[in-house]
Design a protein around this ligand. Structure first.
Ligand SMILES: NC(=O)c1ccc[n+]([C@@H]2O[C@H](COP(=O)([O-])OP(=O)(O)OC[C@H]3O[C@@H](n4cnc5c(N)ncnc54)[C@H](O)[C@@H]3O)[C@@H](O)[C@H]2O)c1
Length: 325
C-alpha cells in the first residue's frame, strides 16, 4: 500500500513544495493548514493522492485523528519571520509551542515518526559555520527577536525528549530557504522581497550596510533533505539543511538587480528604522552540512544563481498574470 504522510503547514511555502515532492515520489499526502499564512497558487497541481484539511495543529482531536491515519508527520506549521516575531510575539510563541507539543503527544500515542522543521536561527550569535553539536548562543530576552529561536530550540528539546521515549524523530534546521511561492511581502524572505522590488521598479531595501551574510538554499534541495529524513538512520538526529551559497545581503541585492536587468535603486536603511524596538542582527550565518552529507548522502544541487533565475521567472509570470499583489 502507498505510504501516506501528513504535512502540517503544507499550504505554506516549504510545505507546498514538500507535499509536491512527496506526491512525485509516489506517496499519498494530507496537508493540514489553518491558511493563516498560506499561498494561493492556481498552478498548484490538483492530485487525487493529495487531501487538504483546513484546521489548526492546536486542535487536539483533529490532530489525533489525522496522525493515527498517517505513516509519519512532517511538522512545518508555524508562525515565523523576523517581523512577526517582534510584532506578534505572544501569538507566535503560543501557536508554535502548543502546536508542536500536541503533534508530539499524538505521535507518541501511535509511535508515528515526526520530522520537525526547526531553523538556523537557533544558532543565534554562535561562530559560523554552524554545526549541529555546537552550543547555541542567544541574545537577551529583552530583544524579542530571540523569541522565535528560543521557542524553536525549546520545541527541539521536546522532540528530543520524546525521542528518548523511543519516538522516531528527526529535526531539520533550515538555512534561508528560497524559491517560487515564497511570500514577497514585508514578512517574507529577503530573496522574494528583492525580486519583487527589482521587477516592479521599486527600491531594493538593504537593512544596515548589507555586509551581513546568509547561505541561501533552493527549496528543491530543502525538500530533498527533508524527505531523506524518513530514513531510519535519521531517527533521533538533528540535521542542518542548507547549502554553501553564502553571500552578503548587499551582494544578493546586486545579483538580483543584475539578473533582472532592473533599473531599481539599492537603498540602505538603518536597522533601527526597520525595527524601532531594538534589533540584534546576526552578522554571518553559514551551515556546516557535513553531517547530512555523510549520513543521508544529501548534496545541495542548485547553485544560487540558478535558483535565483528560477525564482525570478516564477515572479515574472505571476506579476504578468496579476497573480501577485
Ligand atoms: N523559509 C525559511 O527559510 C525557513 C527557515 C527556517 C525554518 N523554517 C521553518 O520551516 C517551516 C515552514 O516555513 P515556511 O517558510 O514554509 O513558512 P510559511 O509561513 O510559508 O508556512 C507555514 C504554514 O503554516 C501554517 N500555520 C501556521 N500556524 C498554523 C497552525 N496553528 N495550524 C495549521 N497551520 C498553521 C501557515 O498558514 C502557513 O501556511 C516553519 O516551521 C519555519 O519555522 C523556514
Amino acid at each position: 500500500m502507498r505510504r501516506k504522510y501528513l504535512v502540517t503547514g503544507g499550504a505554506g511555502f516549504i510545505g507546498s513544495h514538500l507535499a509536491e515532492g512527496l506526491l512525485e515520489r509516489g506517496y499519498k499526502v494530507t496537508v493540514l493548514d489553518n491558511l493563516e499564512n498560506s499561498i494561493a497558487d492556481p498552478d498548484l497541481d490538483q492530485n487525487s493522492q493529495l487531501s487538504f484539511v483546513k484546521g489548526s495543529v492546536t486542535d487536539r482531536s483533529l490532530v489525533r485523528e489525522l496522525v493515527a491515519e498517517h505513516d509519519a508527520v512532517f511538522h512545518l506549521a508555524a508562525m515565523l519571520g523576523v517581523k512577526t516575531t517582534m510584532t506578534h510575539t505572544i501569538e507566535m510563541v503560543q501557536n508554535n509551542l502548543a502546536g508542536t507539543s500536541i503533534i508530539l503527544e499524538e505521535a507518541m500515542r501511535t509511535g508515528k515518526k515526526v520530522v520537525f522543521a526547526s531553523t538556523s536561527e537557533v544558532y543565534g550569535k554562535g561562530e559560523p559555520p554552524f554545526s549541529e553539536n555546537m552550543d547555541l548562543r542567544f541574545g537577551n530576552t529583552t530583544k524579542l527577536r530571540w523569541s522565535y529561536a528560543l521557542g524553536k530550540s525549546l520545541e527541539e528539546c521536546l522532540c528530543l525528549a520524546y525521542g528518548r521515549k523511543k519516538l522516531p524523530i528527526t529535526i531539520v534546521r533550515y538555512f534561508n530557504i528560497f524559491g517560487p511561492r515564497q511570500k514577497d511581502g514585508s514578512y517574507g524572505g529577503v530573496v522574494s522581497r528583492f525580486i519583487k522590488a527589482a521587477l516592479t521598479g521599486e527600491d531594493l531595501l538593504v537593512y544596515g550596510d548589507g555586509s551581513q551574510t546568509r547561505s541561501f538554499t533552493y527549496v528543491s534541495d530543502a525538500v530533498e533533505g527533508t524527505i531523506r529524513c524518513l530514513e531510519e538512520k535519521a531517527d533521533q538526529e538533528i540535521f542542518n539543511v542548507g547549502s554553501r551559497n553564502e553571500i552578503t545581503i548587499l551582494g544578493l541585492a546586486t545579483k538580483i538587480k543584475n539578473l533582472t536587468k532592473s533599473s531599481s535603486n539599492i537603498v540602505h536603511i538603518p536597522f533601527d528604522k526597520v525595527y524601532p524596538h531594538g534589533f540584534e542582527e546576526i552578522p554571518k550565518r553559514s551551515p556546516d552540512i557535513n553531517k547530512i552529507e555523510t549520513i543521508l548522502q544529501y548534496e545541495p544541487q542548485v547553485k544560487l544563481e540558478q535558483g535565483l533565475k528560477e525564482s525570478i521567472g516564477w515572479y515574472r509570470r505571476k506579476l504578468a498574470r496579476g497573480e501577485l499583489s
